[in-house]
Every structure is written in structure tokens, then in C-alpha cells.
Design a protein around this ligand. Structure first.
Ligand code: COA
Ligand code: MG
Length: 292
């Protein structure tokens, strides 16, 4: 489980250095929107050097955001796979078939570089075009074996729609973006991969970030994108179960353990059945994953 995914522009020596010390569960070394097109060749070399200097770390995991598959995505993948990143973050994905195509390319690149087949995972930014949002339900039936996570965004979609804002008059996200968020959450859960909530652009507003983390986790998201190291701590704390939640989950598991073969039990005067047990097990698994 990866709670905090910190984007680091891959052509910045200073940010690469800072990212490693940020406490993020994963770094996303970015070759796409945060790097000028003219800097991409340099940035690819810097990604390879950074990965070579930090082999197979457990935390932070090292991911690379490539360019769109109809742009320089394959060039990026061909350049960085040899350095064995944990996975690739794929922007502007229109549906799972595009990820399957990339997955076949990765089969070839892994074979070329003597890497374990299927080792490189995928994390798709799944709501950046209108077609992508409309096709989110396909993740429920098209399995992409490398897929580890899906996220949504409210920055590229308005550009794709010709919208001048992603907000409604009250200042919250307009319905289109709330719909994209919900559909992304449902798609990720249906595909049995991590649903990751989008970034907060205002990286100085810690209170707003903490509120957004709390809301994301209540809805079912298991992690969140960061764009600045100052956002990492709030995300790590926000997506870790609280002591109270862990205690409650332990009591649910214990209640079922004490009643073998029984599908529903009473706890504190409330009915508890299988969905509660599954949720309790998820809470305990998340807690165990973040013990260090
Ligand atoms: N990763 C690693 N280090 C970062 C960082 C990041 N995403 N963002 C900032 N830092 C570093 C800065 O380099 C600086 O360290 P330094 O003084 O040693 O150079 C320190 O943290 C403080 O940075 P600050 O001055 O507060 O921010 P900034 O004005 O330099 O940068 C952004 C602001 C938004 C440009 C920067 O946070 C950034 O590049 N974010 C990522 C953008 C991105 O990847 N977007 C694509 C995904 S949507
Ligand atoms: Mg973008």
C-alpha cells in the first residue's frame, strides 16, 4: 500500500535530492508536464542515473511518469525500463486497452533488459480526457495484470473540455470532476487496485490538505498525490488508520473468531456481518503495512 505519491520534476537535481528525504511512500519522477519538452532527453538520463543510484528501495518506491502513449511515452519507457523502476505512471490514458498495449511493450523491454517478466507495475491517470472518464467502467471487466493504482485529476480534464474552470460557483469541484472522482474510485475498487485521490495545488494550506485527506479516506481512497514535500506528512498520517479504528477493527475480528461458523454477530448493540469483517481486516492490514 502506497499512501503518499510525491511528484518530482525529473530534470531538477535539487528536487530529486529533496524527494528522497521527504518521507513519501513513493516518488514519481516526472518526465511529462513538469518538464519542458526540450529538457526531456536530459531528464530521461537523470531518471536512469537516479534509479541506478537507488536500486530496489522498499520506501520510497521509485516510479516514473512517462509521456502520453500517443506522444513520447514509448521513448520514455524504452529509456527508463533498463534501470528497473518500480512502475510507470501513465498520463492521458483513455482506457484499459491502452494499458494492455503498453504492457505488451513492457514485456519486450523487460526481456531486452533481463528483468523479471511483468515486474514493472502501472499507475494510470485515468480521467484526463472526456473519453477516459466515459470509459472508466471498462476497468471492471478488462484486467490489466500490471495495474496497481488509478487516480483522477481536475487539471487536465478542464483543458480537454474547453472549460474555463473546474469549480462550481460555491468554490468546490463542479459536478463533472466530482463524477470523475467517484467513477475513478469505483473503477479502481472494481479492478482491485489502489484508488488514489488527486493532488491539492495549494501546497501551503496544510489544514485544507488534512481535510481533503480525511474526506478521501472516508470515501475509500487509500492514498493521495503530493506535489511538494511539505504535503507528505499530512498524507501519510491521513491515510493511516487511527488507533481508535485499529482498536475497533481488532474487536470485530475477535468477535468473529469467538463465534466460528457464524456469519453475523452483535457488537455494542449493533449487527456486524461480513462487510464489516472485511473492512476490519483491511484496516488491520493497512495498520500493519505502516508499522515502520
Ligand atoms: N519534490 C522534491 N522537492 C521539492 C518539490 C518536489 N515536488 N517541490 C519543492 N521541492 C523542494 C524545493 O526544491 C526546495 O528545496 P531547495 O531550496 O533545496 O531547492 C524546497 O522543496 C522548498 O520548495 P519551495 O520553495 O517551497 O517550492 P518551489 O517554489 O521551489 O516549488 C513547485 C513549487 C510547485 C514548482 C514544486 O513544488 C514542484 O515542482 N512540484 C512538483 C510539480 C509536478 O511535478 N507537477 C506534475 C504533477 S501534477
Ligand atoms: Mg497533467
Amino acid at each position: 500500500m502506497i499512501r503518499s505519491w510525491l511528484f518530482v520534476p525529473a530534470d531538477s537535481e535539487r528536487k530529486l535530492a529533496k524527494g528522497g528525504d521527504s518521507g513519501a511512500d513513493a516518488l514519481i519522477l516526472d518526465l511529462e508536464d513538469s518538464v519542458a519538452a526540450s529538457r526531456r532527453p536530459v531528464a530521461r538520463g537523470m531518471v536512469v542515473d537516479y534509479l541506478a543510484a537507488h536500486p530496489a528501495m522498499r520506501r520510497p518506491q521509485l516510479w516514473v511518469r512517462i509521456n502520453p502513449l500517443d506522444g513520447e511515452g514509448l521513448t520514455d519507457a524504452a529509456a527508463v525500463v533498463r534501470a528497473a523502476p518500480h512502475g510507470l505512471v501513465v498520463p492521458k490514458v483513455n482506457g484499459p486497452d491502452e494499458l494492455l498495449r503498453l504492457s505488451h511493450w513492457l514485456d519486450a523491454l523487460e526481456a531486452r533488459d533481463g528483468l523479471p517478466a511483468g515486474g514493472i507495475k502501472l499507475f494510470a491517470v485515468a480521467t484526463e480526457t472526456a473519453a477516459a472518464v466515459l470509459r472508466l467502467s471498462e476497468y471492471a471487466r478488462v484486467a490489466v495484470p500490471r495495474l496497481a493504482a488509478l487516480t483522477w485529476g481536475a487539471e487536465d480534464l478542464p483543458a480537454a473540455l474547453g472549460a474555463s474552470t473546474n469549480q462550481d460557483p460555491s468554490g468546490g469541484y463542479a459536478l463533472t470532476y466530482r463524477y470523475a472522482r467517484s467513477a475513478c474510485l469505483l473503477a479502481a475498487v472494481a479492478a482491485d487496485v489502489q484508488p488514489i485521490d488527486t493532488l491539492e495545488v495549494d501546497f501551503r494550506d496544510d489544514a485544507a490538505l488534512r481535510a481533503a485527506c480525511a474526506d478521501g479516506r472516508r470515501q475509500g481512497f487509500t492514498g493521495k498525490i503530493a506535489i511538494h514535500p511539505a504535503q507528505v506528512a499530512a498524507i501519510n498520517e491521513g491515510f493511516r488508520p487511527t488507533a481508535e479504528e485499529v482498536g475497533h477493527a481488532q474487536r470485530i475480528v475477535a468477535a468473529f473468531a469467538a463465534a466460528p461458523g457464524i456469519g453475523t454477530v452483535g457488537l455494542d448493540g449493533k449487527m456486524i456481518d461480513m462487510p464489516h469483517l472485511r473492512q476490519a481486516q483491511r484496516v488491520l492490514a493497512a495498520d500493519a503495512a505502516f508499522q515502520d
